[in-house]
Design a protein around this ligand. Structure first.
Ligand SMILES: Nc1ncnc2c1ncn2[C@@H]1O[C@H](COP(=O)(O)OP(=O)(O)O)[C@@H](O)[C@H]1O
Ligand SMILES: [Mg+2]
Length: 255
């Protein structure tokens, strides 16, 4: 597969996309130049602590006067019931899996994310296209094809990747909500044992995320630490980005 030459417009999602702009052709009828909002993605695998961190970050941003909008996978009102239905049958094909998720993202991008950015909100997204790329990648879907598919997306201003090893992840998940069918990759039929399947699948997913870290400029955050340490780091980096010249942007402790 050849990579596009430099004088051709790039059509797919790559790390070369300018922050805040469409990766590729974008949504052709929806120009997005010069909007005031910011798009911040919190990425990481299942159970790593994204929701916990986003909630704290949101509170902190709101206290500082920012309007915050949250979004996350399968939250499109149009697609949520369809995806739930498809998942509940446990017989989702790879291509339908990928396209249902892409449709969910397209719907939220057009109806939630872009309007919020144009209105000046900070959009916190719980996972972004990287989760879709990682999940499809471990299922053997062609990586270049996937990147081209997501060329309608916007390169976030910041991507935080909550990084963890599989052993720590297992401990965290067992202590909280347990292992579910999809988060364990049971559809990949690594075996009947959900624990073994979770371990194998999550190991592959973590490798897949790691392989994107440099390309897509992930700010890697060590998620094995206590909640407030992680939050302090996020606040420090988000503050420095949103208010680079203000000394007051220094983060206040999380608790
Ligand atoms: N840094 C952390 N250390 C220990 N436990 C954590 C940490 N962050 C989150 N948790 C716990 O792990 C579980 C999963 O966290 P959650 O934020 O729901 O993850 P995600 O949204 O990534 O699936 C919850 O029970 C949460 O309290
Ligand atoms: Mg969550």
């Amino acid at each position: 597969m050849t990579s596009p030459s430099s004088d051709e417009p790039n059509e797919g999602a790559t790390g070369n996309g300018a922050a805040g702009r469409y990766y590729g052709r974008g949504i052709p009828y929806l120009p997005i130049e010069g909007y005031p909002g910011k798009l911040i993605a919190i990425e990481g695998t299942d159970g790593v602590g994204r929701t916990t961190q986003i909630q704290l970050l949101r509170e902190w941003l709101e206290v500082r006067g920012y309007g915050v909008v949250e979004t996350g996978w399968t939250r499109s009102p149009l697609m949520q019931p369809t995806i739930e239905l498809a998942k509940s049958s446990n017989t989702l094909n790879k291509l339908t899996f990928v396209l249902l998720y892409a449709t969910d993202f397209a719907d939220r991008l057009e109806k939630e994310i872009i309007p919020a950015l144009k209105a000046g909100f900070v959009v916190l997204t719980d996972r972004y296209i990287f989760t879709a790329l990682a999940r499809a990648g471990v299922r053997g879907v062609d990586r270049l094809w996937l990147r081209n598919l997501y060329g309608f997306g916007i390169a976030p201003h910041l991507v935080f990747y909550l990084s963890i090893d599989v052993k720590s992840l297992i401990g965290r998940v067992l202590q909280s909500r347990g292992m579910d069918f999809w988060e364990s990759g049971m559809d990949l039929k690594h075996g009947d044992d959900i624990y073994d399947s979770f371990k194998t699948y999550q190991q592959k997913l973590l490798r897949e995320y790691a392989s994107m870290a440099d390309e897509f400029h992930f700010r890697v955050v060590d998620a094995r630490r206590p909640v407030d340490r992680i939050q302090d780091e996020l606040r420090r980096q988000v503050g420095a980005f949103l208010e680079p010249s203000e000394k007051s942007a220094e983060a206040t402790p999380a608790h």
